[in-house]
Design a protein around this ligand. Structure first.
Ligand SMILES: [Zn+2]
Length: 250
């Protein structure tokens, strides 16, 4: 009944993948969104999802991965984003904290991907650091574009703005670890359970360094349950139902 709305599943060994999937099955993680971060890893995410029950693919170019050649990749993007298995466009977005020097390129590549998502009626999985107001302005102009703000760590004001736009808010492992404080706790309390998704943002690197994998989403559900004063099962059911709605899964 749990779901991990954001996991990077490329770069694992076959053994690691088999063990993560066995654990997901044993612990009731029924949907895992395998998220790409450039054209190659997005193709890998699609390929993995085609071969693996319970994994669905999101494809896109992450702001840390943008290159000038992406601007010439419209045909490849269109072809990839249009594959019938693709359920979301991500991970895409803007990060002006990590690399402000690539801001212009980031915005151009983001805009391309938002337009394609709108054209294809697919939800976006956005990464947003240091660019909230400009990103919200851009997205408001592209409504009915929809999606999730991934990796939430912010304030009640952030929650209000993203929910007004119609987006879901993705709560992850790091929301409760490296990014946690009392302001974040209040913000999580302010997110209605019907606007929330859970995620791990796990990857081959974070499996090694932090032991993150899709089943780490269970700890996220427990943390949210503590703040919302409900059971982890209720958090799991509601957030999985939200994910199915957003991705238009049967
Ligand atoms: Zn990610």
């Amino acid at each position: 009944m749990f779901s991990d709305s954001h996991s990077h599943l490329h770069g694992h060994t076959d053994d690691q993948m088999a063990s993560m999937l066995a654990e997901a099955q044993a612990k009731g993680v029924e949907i895992i969104v395998g998220v790409g971060n450039n054209l190659d890893t997005s193709e890998a995410a699609l390929d993995l999802a085609r071969r693996t029950p319970r994994i669905v693919p999101a494809v896109g170019i992450h702001p840390w991965q943008v290159t000038a050649s992406d601007l010439e990749s419209d045909a490849r993007l269109r072809q990839l984003f249009g594959q019938k298995e693709v359920v979301a466009i991500g991970e895409v977005g803007i990060d002006l904290e990590k690399d402000p020097s690539s801001a212009d390129l980031q915005w151009q590549v983001f805009r391309m991907q938002v337009r394609l998502a709108k054209e294809l009626s697919l939800p976006l999985m956005v990464h947003c650091r240091g660019a909230r107001d400009d990103m919200l302005d851009l997205l408001r102009k592209e409504v009915p574009v929809r999606g999730v703000l991934h990796g939430f760590s912010g304030t009640i004001a952030d929650v209000t703005l993203w929910i007004e736009l119609g987006f879901y808010i993705g709560i992850g492992v790091r929301t409760f670890t490296r990014n946690f404080n009392s302001e974040v706790e209040q913000a999580i309390r302010a997110i209605p359970l019907d606007r929330m998704l859970l995620e791990t943002d796990s990857s081959a690197n974070s499996l090694k360094s932090e032991g993150l994998q899709p089943t780490s989403v269970i700890a996220v559900a427990e943390n949210v349950a503590g703040i919302h004063e409900v059971t982890p099962e209720e958090v799991a059911l509601r957030t999985t139902s939200n994910l199915r709605t957003m991705l238009r899964l049967a």
